[in-house]
Design a protein around this ligand. Structure first.
Ligand code: SF4
Ligand code: SF4
Length: 338
């Protein structure tokens, strides 16, 4: 099943053809807020105190600016997006303009699915382990049960994948999470935790991680419902454990913070600190005058929203169509529930 509508697909190819040799953001991620009802150990966001929210008019202003710059995919994240009372309205406005996805920790999903189901193309629910392991990592008893109940209530309403972050405390859970995805009849997308300066350091030890990545790569090749592309896994193996680093293209993804500011060059290096308002900025001009060169050789993180689009040949629209549009979900903010 193609996961991206042909209308969006044609729009992407049109944008690529109309901006030859220009840099433009194809994918956008927007943090609706930093607040969350959970307190995950590796998460820097619920700890932040600089939160102010955009109202619906400014959310729409942001969307229109992104559309004008060539964005086709918009993923909402947090914090926990379902805590926003206007989430239904925001998603509705987004789906009128973009392929729209959202990542949630799932606690409120059962209660909110009716409000959001018609305004989403794809939904990610975070799960980092089975049962108590997930609860411990997420800092709240009952979070595994709520997430699974949320998945069960939403899986027939909207295409859905588990989003799982591999840390140094849950590498042994990856197989169980794939099994759970199969049992629940959904897909799963994997990410690798990155150590932010303001959260607990939990990124996996590289040598141990290698076996987990190899296992997931073999599951992917065997047809298990894993959203990541096979190239995602092989690029990590070739770069972090070999001598073939991927070339990062962070300009393909634009991130907007809760205030409507653009986060550059990427939210890993920048630790989600935006500077210029998206609607006061000529994004294409900024994108084509910014010095991206220092980041092309950066292989610091393996966040799918940056790594997956960096792997394709963007001057070959048919390759984009075949390879990305038919498995695009991992590019659209399935990486973490942040
Ligand atoms: S990782 Fe997601 S669910 Fe966990 S505290 Fe951060 S925003 Fe909340
Ligand atoms: S590899 Fe990660 S940290 Fe480095 S530039 Fe790319 S997105 Fe940013």
């Amino acid at each position: 099943m193609s996961l991206v509508s042909s209308v969006i697909g044609r729009g992407v190819v049109r944008t690529i053809k109309s901006l030859p040799n220009k840099k433009f953001p194809l994918i956008a991620g927007h943090k609706l807020q930093y607040s969350c009802n959970l307190k995950c150990k590796m998460c820097p966001f619920w700890r932040r105190e600089d939160e102010t929210l955009l109202d619906i008019d400014d959310e729409i202003r942001m969307m229109d600016s992104l559309k004008k710059a060539g964005v086709s995919f918009l993923g909402f994240e947090g914090g926990e997006p379902l805590l926003r009372k206007d989430i239904g309205e925001i998603l509705y406005e987004s789906k009128r303009r973009f392929h729209t996805s959202m990542v949630t920790n799932g606690w409120l999903l059962k209660a909110k699915i009716e409000d959001i189901k018609d305004s989403l193309n794809y939904l990610f629910v975070s799960l980092d382990g089975i049962g108590e392991v997930h609860d411990r990592l997420r800092g709240m008893a009952g979070s595994f049960r709520h997430a699974v109940e949320g998945i069960e209530s939403a899986r027939d309403e909207v295409p859905l994948a588990i989003s799982s972050t591999i840390t140094n405390e849950n590498m042994d859970q990856a197989q169980g999470i794939v099994d759970l995805a199969v049992k629940l009849g959904v897909s799963v997308n994997f990410q690798i935790a990155y150590d932010y300066t303001t959260a607990e350091k939990m990124s996996p030890e590289k040598l141990k991680l290698r076996d987990t990545i190899k296992m997931l790569e073999s599951y992917k090749l065997s047809g298990f419902p894993i959203v990541n592309s096979k190239e995602y896994f092989s690029s990590i193996l070739n770069s972090w454990y070999g001598d073939h680093p991927w070339r990062c293209k962070p300009w393909l993804t634009i991130n907007i913070d809760p205030l409507g500011n653009i986060v550059q060059p990427c939210y890993v290096i920048n630790e989600y600190n935006g500077s210029v308002k998206v609607w006061d900025t000529d994004i294409l001009d900024l994108w084509n005058t910014y010095d991206w060169a220092p980041y092309e050789s950066c292989n610091k993180c393996a966040l799918a929203c940056y790594l997956e689009p960096s792997l394709f040949n963007w001057h070959n629209p048919s390759m984009v169509k075949e390879r990305i549009l038919d498995s695009m979900v991992s590019l659209v903010r399935g990486e973490l529930s942040w």
